[in-house]
Design a protein around this ligand. Structure first.
Ligand SMILES: [Zn+2]
Length: 63
C-alpha cells in the first residue's frame, strides 16, 4: 500500500498517511487541519516487497 510521509508547513508536524490515487491533492495536517503539507521522501513506502535486489548497483565499468 502506498504510504507517504508528509510534513506540515504550518506547524512542522510530520505524519504518515495512506494515499490512494486521486487523493493526493486533499491531504491535510491532523494537528492543525491545514492543507499546507508537503510530501517527504520516505522509506516507508512498500514494506516487504522485494528485499535483496542490489545486483543492479554493480559497476559496469567506465566507457
Ligand atoms: Zn499542521
Amino acid at each position: 500500500m502506498p504510504i507517504f510521509e508528509y510534513q506540515c508547513s504550518h506547524c512542522s508536524h510530520t505524519f504518515e498517511k495512506l494515499v490512494f490515487k486521486g487523493e493526493e491533492g486533499g491531504i491535510e495536517c491532523p494537528e492543525c487541519q491545514k492543507q499546507d503539507v508537503k510530501k517527504l521522501m520516505s522509506a516507508v513506502s512498500f514494506m516487504g516487497s522485494s528485499i535483496g535486489t542490489c545486483a543492479a548497483d554493480a559497476p559496469k565499468g567506465f566507457g
